[in-house]
Design a protein around this ligand. Structure first.
Ligand code: ASP
Length: 298
């Protein structure tokens, strides 16, 4: 297992006296040099942990290189359906399969703060967004459109029905880039936690497919002990309820060890996690994962 950027932060120190925001740009991105991510966490920083993680995710949703918001992957039927979620201890909000909005994470925050619900999906999520004034926005880019046509051509040629075999074959043959450039962030500000995550999904996928991102405990979990966010093959992450699993283990071992053990379980399936607890922070992945971090002494 390799974690390209981990070496930078090998010496995880007790950092309870620091405010910290840690963000990732997805696992499996071919080569996402740290430089690409630099400054996001610092720009996103605010004294409010929820503002910090949402700011970080909005910056990445607006960056067309990431598979979230603008630049989200196109599904097999040609549509773009996005999932996003936010959480603070005891509160959660997400949108599933939202279409034609610029920043799904902002709608997820509104679900959490302005409705009695935790999740809105599909047309209901879109309608809610419009009522709140989110305008029509097409998140497709030249890059995603060209990836889509290549994917459709390649899928036509495949005979096997194993989604992951098809997927790996497409990547091996250079037909599509690994589309795991989902974005996420966790923060601990003055001892308080928040988490946010946003994705166009794991391509190739059917219309209506839902991954780990909008499911509490799967791709995101935040409680009084810390915040955890995941990236990778959403189906595998959700079956494992990965983020809640990690959260429950906080304080039973070094955070770094917990993350390593939990990611090793995934074997060949790409997975990555970032996490903060009261006195630690860590990230680990089984493929390259761009990360950025901003820490400030308090
Ligand atoms: N976890 C996301 C999903 O399966 C994809 C990713 O992390 O890149 O929807």
């Amino acid at each position: 297992f390799k974690c390209l950027n981990c070496f930078l932060y090998m010496c995880l120190m007790k950092d309870s006296m620091e405010n910290i925001i840690l963000c990732h740009g997805g696992v499996g991105s071919k080569e996402r040099p740290l430089d690409d991510m630099k400054g996001i966490a610092e720009k996103a920083y605010s004294k409010n942990p929820l503002d910090s993680v949402v700011n970080a995710v909005v910056i990445m949703e607006d960056d067309p290189r990431f598979n979230a918001g603008t630049g989200s992957v196109i599904r097999i039927d040609g549509s773009v359906q996005m999932d996003a979620a936010v959480s603070i201890p005891g509160k959660f909000g997400s949108v599933i399969g939202i279409e034609n909005v610029k920043n799904p994470v902002l709608v997820a925050r509104d679900v959490m703060e302005k409705t009695p619900h935790i999740i809105l999906s599909g047309s209901g999520a879109v309608q809610f967004a419009r009522k709140l004034g989110y305008g029509e926005y097409d998140p497709k880019t030249e890059r995603t459109i060209s990836q889509y046509s290549k994917m459709v051509e390649a899928l036509k040629k495949e005979t096997t029905d194993n989604r992951y075999k098809i997927f790996k074959e497409l990547i091996r043959n250079g037909i599509i880039d690994e589309p795991h450039d989902t974005v996420g962030a966790v923060a601990r500000i003055d001892g308080k936690f928040a988490a946010a995550v946003s994705t166009g999904g794991a391509s190739p996928m059917m219309r209506g497919r839902v991954g780990d991102v909008p499911i509490p405990g799967a791709g995101i979990f935040c409680g009084e002990k810390g915040a955890v966010v995941a990236t990778g093959i959403g189906e595998e992450i959700a079956k494992r309820v990965l983020c809640h699993r990690i959260y429950e283990r906080i304080n039973t071992d070094k955070l770094e060890n917990i993350l390593r053990e939990e990611i090793e379980y995934f074997g060949e399936n790409l997975a990555g996690v970032i996490a903060v607890s009261h006195d630690e922070h860590a990230f680990f992945s089984n493929g390259s994962m761009g990360t950025d971090m901003f820490k400030i002494k308090v």
